[in-house]
Ligand binder design. Structure first.
Ligand code: SF4
Length: 386
């Protein structure tokens, strides 16, 4: 089946999503069970650009109801530390579920099961909610955002939110030899391997308000009034990336997913409507590559770190700096090592990322490529609830 992507523009999120969906031929879904996966994993208000706009989800449900599907649910597994009920209320997914009469499921309160990843190089299996097996058709409804670790987060990356509880962090904790990674980051390879078993059937990318810069949570809201719908999530992500001013080939998890044969990312091989869709392209500010660390008593030994680990470090310090009293060394400073060329640091340094593993005898090593901020805290304070 060829990949079809439809782009629509408008001021009203519901009408813009509806306009794209009405131009899009759905497969026969009569009697089928449909699972909708928005991005509702954080406590954020509609229009903030952080989570999916509820009106886009409502338009999707109303449209899918016309197929006489047997059942439609909204399901999400929030990021670690986020209270699901509070997130569902603040993102207004609770309101959408009530209004449309569909069930809203916190996947972390269901039983888990394992999925084997055929041919997985860095990821052999993943743990997901057992409930996924009950559904015939999965709809990914992400927000159009840049991402400090993966350049963009769109419909394929959004599927990471189907991983069960802390399994999501596992993708940040992988460490594989160079002969396997061949210069790509473990996280990007893992997302492409996850996509081979968690591949949505329909993508509806919410670009009504997206996020640029240091997404997925620390960037700036970007109002676009756009919705992108497609039958192949990889091709849909490729078109959305191009609309964000990025070449899909430069986004490692999209390139790697295409190399796994999951879909087309060459735009001239995708059917895209309307023909002049590129007039709506608006370059997104990329995640920053240079950071100044605004904490004078934090000593950073950065030698050859990539922006993914640097952004983790910045987010970690912004969120947890005040809790690091126990990790000050005799000079009363906090010492942090990062990057593949690090050669020296004092005993007791916090070493962030796989690249620092050769120094692990010198301090506290946090595995991952890149690790996430909550994982650093879990390593430093394993017994405290954050
Ligand atoms: S600096 Fe961090 S994100 Fe970059 S390759 Fe090393 S461990 Fe991975």
């Amino acid at each position: 089946m060829s990949s079809l992507v439809v782009v629509s523009k408008g001021n009203d999120p519901y009408l813009t999503a509806q306009k794209a969906l009405l131009q899009f031929p759905l497969p026969r879904l009569e009697g089928k069970k449909i699972l909708i996966k928005p991005n509702a994993a954080r406590q954020a208000c509609p229009g903030s650009g952080m989570t999916t706009h509820p009106s886009v989800v409502l338009a999707a449900i109303d449209h899918l109801k016309t197929t006489k599907a047997d059942k439609i649910v909204i399901a999400e597994s929030c990021i670690f530390g986020v209270h699901a009920l509070k997130a569902f209320r603040m993102t207004e997914m609770e309101k959408v579920a009530k209004k449309s009469g569909v069930e809203l499921i916190d996947l972390d309160h269901t039983r888990p099961t394992e999925m084997i990843i055929p041919g997985g190089k860095v990821l052999k299996k993943i743990k997901v909610s057992k409930l996924l097996k009950d559904f015939d058709f999965v709809v990914s409804i992400p927000v159009m955002k840049t991402h400090m670790h993966t350049r963009v987060t769109l419909s394929i990356k959004n599927m990471k939110g189907l991983l069960w509880r802390k399994e999501k962090a596992k993708l940040h904790q992988l460490h594989s030899p160079k002969k396997i990674t061949k210069g790509d980051k473990e996280l990007d390879i893992a997302i492409s391997e996850m996509a081979s078993v968690l591949f949505p059937n329909l993508s509806i990318i919410d670009g009504t308000v997206g996020m640029e810069g240091m997404g997925p949570a620390y960037g700036k809201a970007k109002k676009l009034g756009m919705v992108v719908v497609g039958n192949n999530p990889l091709s849909t992500d490729a078109v959305a990336s191009r609309l964000m001013g990025l070449d899909p080939e430069d986004i490692p998890h999209l390139r790697l997913s295409a190399e796994r044969g999951l879909g087309e990312i060459e735009l001239n091989k995708i059917i895209i409507k309307p023909q002049g869709y590129l007039k709506w392209a608006v370059p997104f500010e990329p995640p920053p590559t240079h950071f100044s660390i605004p904490f004078p008593d934090v000593m950073v030994y950065d030698q050859g770190a990539c922006s993914a680990c640097l952004s983790t470090l910045l987010v970690f310090l912004q969120d947890h700096y005040s809790k690091l009293m126990d990790y000050r060394l005799s000079d009363k400073k906090i010492h942090i090592g990062i990057g593949k060329k690090i050669k020296t640091c004092p005993e007791g340094t916090i070493l962030i990322g796989n690249c620092t593993s050769k120094m692990k005898g010198k301090g506290i090593f946090i595995q991952g490529c890149p690790p996430v901020a909550s994982q650093i805290m879990n390593t430093l304070y394993p017994f405290s609830a954050q």
